[in-house]
Every structure is written in C-alpha cells, then in structure tokens.
Design a protein around this ligand. Structure first.
Ligand code: PGA
Length: 251
C-alpha cells in the first residue's frame, strides 16, 4: 500500500516561517512522490496553506491536516473546532488522541473515539494516535494499553474503521530522540494489525504509521517493515530537508 508521511507541526510556525518551510517543501517534492504526504498545521495557518498550495505546484499533492477536532458537532464549546470547520478549510486529515492531548488535556479513550467519529462523519481521515508510557512498557503492559486505546475507537466506529489511519507513538520516544527499535515498532504494529483484522475484513488496507523521533537517519529502516505504513513526524517535519528525506525513504 502507498505509505503516508504526515508532519505534525504541533504548536510551531509563524506566517514567515511557514512561507519558507512550505516553499522549501514544494521545491523539493518532485512531481511524482510515491508516498502520500500531509502536513498537520496549527489552525490559524490553514488559510495561508491554501493560498501557498495554489501558488506552488509542488504542494498540490500535499494534503492539509488538523492536529485535533472537537468531539461535538457544533454549539457552546468555547475554543473548540468542529469537524465541519476543518472540512471548510480543506482538511483531509485530523490527528486525534495525540499523547500530548491525552496527557495535558485529559482526553480519554471515549473522547478520542468520539473525535474520530466526528472526523469520519465529515469525510475526513482521523489519524488515531496510540502509545504506551515508559512505565507501562517497563511493566510489560504495552500490548494491553494500545489494545484498549484502539478497541475504544473500533467499538464506536464499527465498519468505518476501514477509513481510519492508526499511528503508534510510544510516548517515551516522542521528541526525546529515542526511537523504538525497528523490532519493537514492528512487533506492536503486527499486534495492532491483528486487532484490526479481527474487526474488519479489509484491515490490510488500514495504514498504521509509526511516530516518535522518526528522522532522516532512521526512517528507511522503520518504513521497510511489513506493518509500518508510514510515519507521523514531529520535530523533523519542521525542517524541510529532513522531512523531504523521510518522504524520500517511503514507498
Ligand atoms: P517527534 O513527534 O517526531 O518529534 O518525536 C512525533 C509526534 O509527536 O507526533
């Protein structure tokens, strides 16, 4: 399957910096990039992205993504952004359940599943993030934790899970420079694939991305694994050369 390389800019960017980063990305992307590419950028810059994408042919194939979406459809939820708003700006993806949102904003498995449902209901692809803490890994709870996190999304979304993207992001590897070894990542991905297969006859086409300190140096090894279908890239997506190198390593 075509791999997906999605950048997660997190709370980074300025109008000027984005012109430089997206311009460099556009210049570096050939007309035929084998991988699918997306950038999940802060909401205030979605309109800027659309303007730049219209100017740079190199950005034509780069999809826009959000970093979160409300679990509610509309109404009195100050500060929230609905799936309909994301759709209005041309977002194709919405990250849901990133560990930073689970950790700092108290998002539960049920909330994350409802967010995925909102994205799906509006024709977008939720990138559902899962992952264990270092403490959980050391206690041998990795499979149990990611299984529970994914089960909540499967439970609410039923057959629609064929339309999701899963991102396995061990929390201890995010922004730390510590990557899961290729074997550790593939092992969890294979378990997640089994769980998806038990829920869907089409599980082979559901992408499972790896995230957590993926960079230009380690991307090729990770992306060569049977059950690693792309990457969710934080820090390295803010440097055009690094992000392009990761895209270049994808199939
Ligand atoms: P990182 O972040 O690549 O900087 O580790 C990945 C993520 O949090 O999505």
């Amino acid at each position: 399957m075509t791999q997906l390389i999605a950048g997660n800019w997190k709370m980074n960017g300025t109008l000027d910096a984005n012109v430089a980063l997206l311009g460099a990305l556009a210049a570096g992307l050939g007309p035929q990039t084998p991988a699918q590419v997306a950038v999940c950028i802060p909401a205030p810059y979605w309109a800027q992205f659309r303007v730049l994408a219209a100017q740079h042919p190199g950005l034509k194939a780069v999809a826009l993504g959000a970093q979160d979406v409300s679990a509610h459809a509309s109404g009195a939820y100050t500060g929230e952004l609905s799936a309909a708003m994301l759709k209005d700006f041309g977002c194709r993806y919405a990250i849901v359940g990133h560990s930073e949102r689970r950790q700092y904003h108290g998002e539960t498995d049920a909330v994350v599943a409802a967010k995925a449902q909102q994205a799906l209901a509006h024709g977008m692809t939720p990138i559902v993030c899962l992952g264990e803490t270092l403490e959980q890994r050391e206690a041998g709870q990795t499979f149990e934790v990611v299984k529970r996190q994914l089960a909540a999304v499967i439970h609410i979304n039923g057959h629609c899970i064929n339309e999701i993207v899963v991102a396995y992001e061990p929390i201890w590897a995010i922004g730390t420079g510590k990557t899961a070894s290729i074997e550790q990542a593939q092992e969890v991905h294979a378990r997640l694939r089994e769980q998806l297969k038990a829920a869907s006859a089409q599980a082979e086409r559901i992408k499972i991305l790896y995230g957590g300190s993926m960079n230009a140096g380690n991307a090729a090894g990770l992306l060569a694994q049977a059950d690693i279908d792309g990457g969710l890239i934080g820090g390295a997506s803010l440097k055009a050369a690094d992000f392009l190198a990761i895209i270049g390593a994808a199939r």
